[in-house]
Write a protein that binds this ligand. Structure first.
Ligand SMILES: [Mn+2]
Length: 356
């Protein structure tokens, strides 16, 4: 065996020198060195230690927080499969190995803002849906008052209605929704109007979202008879069969046309993604988005004024190998990058995350 030439061998051996926490990108390199100096649990302790969203420090004092990651372990109103209350816990575990640097843009949320895991929302009576909805609304009104940008993981989609009400505080915002279901059914279901069948109808009636600045994408299947309120109120509803025709670029053109430059919220129902990829969701409907289409849509919203976002209906009992939580966490990091960039544009504020 001749092997490599002496010059080639020496060049490769020289290239292999250096540290694990090192990058040829100066900004990334400085961040990796800072994480190391602060003993941040990133790239280390991947199966040990405290589980927090994206390894962000746990904070209870909101004065120290710009971007709050929060768990909403709430599924009392889930009409079909139970278990989304376990979503935040599973998401935290998988988000430990997601980030901290965006692989395409090199965005580092922890260098832009004080990002924190503020824990789970306290639901004193988790089976009392109206009380839980009110607790969620109160918490998000506090985030709004403090200028905190929230990223939430649930939990049944019912939670997004009080989130929107708390954040909007009477000034209707826009909505981008990826979901198999429109969640705007009229009347009651299972004897109740506070469930994930009419989340966005409730939010419209609260004047939390303006239907003419709402776009719902990916609807299909069993709940197609319940799209009328969306269309008659002025929402743009793009059913999945139209997504096939428009493609990702056409969908993004519609998002920008409907939302414009104003503030909006992004809600990602895990059932928008095809259950082939993401089985761990409360009510899967076949023929949905691929994971790659969803990440392209999320990345295509870069530069828009996203003021908050969530991932809902993650249902770990139907996700035994963690594949759904892993996809959710990877998409979540993409969204947190967008939220951090938008927060900086809006507030001009730069306060780094510290682990010490
Ligand atoms: Mn939904």
């Amino acid at each position: 065996m001749a092997g490599f030439s002496k010059e080639k061998r020496e060049r490769l051996q020289a290239l292999a020198q250096g540290q694990f926490l090192q990058s040829s990108d100066p900004a990334v390199d400085a961040f990796l060195k800072r994480m190391d100096a602060e003993n941040a649990p990133v790239f280390a302790d991947v199966y040990a230690g405290e589980m927090t969203f994206f390894n962000a420090p746990r904070r209870s004092n909101l004065a120290d927080v710009d971007l709050a990651c929060i768990g909403i372990p709430f599924d009392a109103s889930a009409p079909v499969r139970a278990g989304t209350r376990l979503g935040p816990r599973s998401f935290r575990e998988w988000s430990k190995v997601r980030g901290p640097v965006h692989d395409v843009w090199k965005t580092i949320p922890f260098e832009l803002l004080s990002v924190a895991d503020v824990g789970d929302i306290a639901l004193d009576r988790p089976h009392d849906v109206p009380a839980s909805v009110e607790a969620i609304r109160t918490r998000f009104a506090e985030f709004r008052q403090r200028g905190i940008t929230p990223y939430s993981v649930g939990g049944v989609h019912t939670m997004t209605h009080p989130i929107l009400s708390g954040l909007a505080a009477g000034n209707p915002i826009g909505l981008v929704q990826i979901d198999a279901h429109a969640d705007t059914a009229r009347g009651t279901f299972q004897g109740d109007g506070l469930n994930d069948c009419r989340v966005f109808l409730n939010a419209v009636l609260d004047e939390a979202i303006d239907p003419e600045r709402c776009i719902q994408i990916g609807m299909r299947g069993s709940l197609s008879p319940y799209w009328d309120f969306s269309r008659e109120s002025g929402m743009r509803l793009i059913p999945m069969h139209e997504v096939y025709e428009l493609g990702v670029k056409g969908v993004l053109d519609e998002i920008r046309r409907v939302i414009g430059d104003g503030p909006f919220y992004f809600t990602l129902d895990t059932d928008g993604i095809d259950a082939t990829y993401l089985p761990g969701t409360q009510l899967p409907d076949p023929f949905g988005f691929t994971t790659r289409e969803v990440v392209q849509i999320i990345r295509g919203m870069r530069g828009m004024d996203m003021i908050g976002a969530d991932l809902v209906e993650l249902c770990p009992p139907y996700d035994p190998n963690g594949i759904s939580a892993n996809i959710g966490a990877a998409l979540g990091f993409e969204v947190v990058c967008l939220l951090a960039e938008a927060h900086v544009r809006r507030h001009g504020q730069r306060r780094k995350t510290h682990w010490t």
